[in-house]
Design a binder for this molecule. Sequence first.
Ligand SMILES: [Zn+2]
Length: 473
Amino acid sequence: MTTVDLRVVNARVVTPGQTLVGGVAADDGEIVAVGSDRSLPDAERTIDAEGNYLVPGFIDPHVHWGLSRYEFEYHEGLAHDFETETRGAVHGGVTTVVNFLLQPDPYVPDMDYFVEAGEENSYIDFAYHAIIHKDPHFEEIDALAEEGVRSFKIFYNWYKHASPELGIEHSDAGRVYRLLDQVADIDGGVVMFHAENEDLAYELRQDLQEEGRNDLQAWTEASPNITEAMQIESIAKLTEFTDSTAYIVHMSTGEGVDICRRYQQQGVDINAETLPAFLAHTNDEDLGVWGKISPPLREQWSVDKLWQGLREGVVDYAGTDHCPHKKPFKEKEQGKYGDMWEAIPGDNNGIEYFLPAMMSEGVNEDRVSMERLVEVCAENNAKRWGLYPRKGALVEGADADMVVVDMEKSAVVDDDFYHTMEPRYSTFHGDELTGLPTHTIVGGEVVVEEGTLRVEKGGREYLPRYDDGVPLE
Ligand SMILES: [Zn+2]
């Protein structure tokens, strides 16, 4: 038998369909064998997993590298974020990201740069979604598909009043119809939605501010569950009308689960993603401005419904909405109790606690099986974004992206926890999470072991999706 590059042995290996006792062998960056330890070939290096789980690296389908262009020039910001944030990703067990492109100008002329920025600076492979918000963006959808970008996010009735500095144009039902209809003709095409009705939220916010409210509950009351429910209902109807595919990002409410289930049962291709914050936190906690995210934290009923939806297959995807910023955001950094209305919304650093939070709150709390969690955080994300079976599963021929997870290892999410840039606050700040990676392997290379980074940045690949209309092999 030939000698391969790497083996991980003595593991509980989570593969599609079964969890087996044994290991995985990798050579030239790919998985070459999965099975009992005795069945694996000899290797240059062997890692003993000590009976821990071996799972496919998590795939984060929702990150915003490049937002730090408000602190840097745009292009410099994208390259910067790839380095700092994917460094955190590998410490946390995430081995692929799909990043949102966002700019006012057309995207296609800058594609070479977007690819180069990632390939030179990332610790992991990456793909792109594009945010469609200006008229010229609508005209380049087919060209973007040719470049391997086949998912398009639209802000349906959002950003009319919020964050004008971002320069994002909101869209009405007419534009949403146009995008869904156009994308319906693209293989693997998906339209992604932030689902919150800002007309209603704007009215409510005025009232709460006039009352002098400055608490986290007020942030939720300014965009109550109905703002999400009414948008999802409308998105589902437009998706049915156009026979297209929709994906609700960061779904936060129990109502959303019920609406998605109802339309899914009618055969409408509407899909839902949620975030660790909505699965672990409620708006009645003492989080102050650190709990300000958009959409807002909900009540325990929604948390329980989201877990139920995740177990049942209504909620099939999880991601982080990681938005890195370099500039110090005083309201959040100076402590928990700043101005609720002025503080920037968002968990700016979720990618590093994604896997630990899902292991801790999901598997270790018996809310979900390890196998289902791996589907939602790896396999399904790979399938939805046209990356399967190269990514998302421990099977022969796949990229050797894998993580050893010790379900008893714990850490507190504090300033020392992170390897991303300067986070200092989040909905998870101060929480103890149990279920952490001990080894992160990317393309057969041990990238992080026991908290130590072993490689230099760069040398990773852009993943065009559905190349020539077929999923990547
Ligand atoms: Zn987002």
